[in-house]
Design a protein around this ligand. Structure first.
Ligand SMILES: [Zn+2]
Length: 78
């Protein structure tokens, strides 16, 4: 017997088994419980990310920033 019945946050159907999902959006953590039907869009996204070989993690945007060295500037001056 389950004391804490997790229900889907969308349909609130107690007969459906819900899974808890935690996501972070712009630093805010969102926790949602979703049944198989309503979790489908998320599962589809997971599969797409997995298929593309990308590990879902925080991207370091700073390292991607373009660095111009003094040497480059000197070269441009020619
Ligand atoms: Zn649902």
């Amino acid at each position: 017997m389950k004391l804490n019945v997790m229900v889907c946050d969308v349909c609130k159907d107690r007969d459906r088994e819900a899974t808890s999902y935690r996501m972070t959006k712009q630093g805010k953590m969102i926790s949602v419980d979703l049944c198989t039907e309503h979790a489908e869009p998320i599962e589809v996204l997971f599969e797409q990310v997995r298929a593309s070989g990308v590990t879902p993690k925080r991207r370091n945007t700073r390292s991607a920033a373009r660095v111009t060295t003094l040497e480059d500037i000197e070269k441009k001056k020619g």
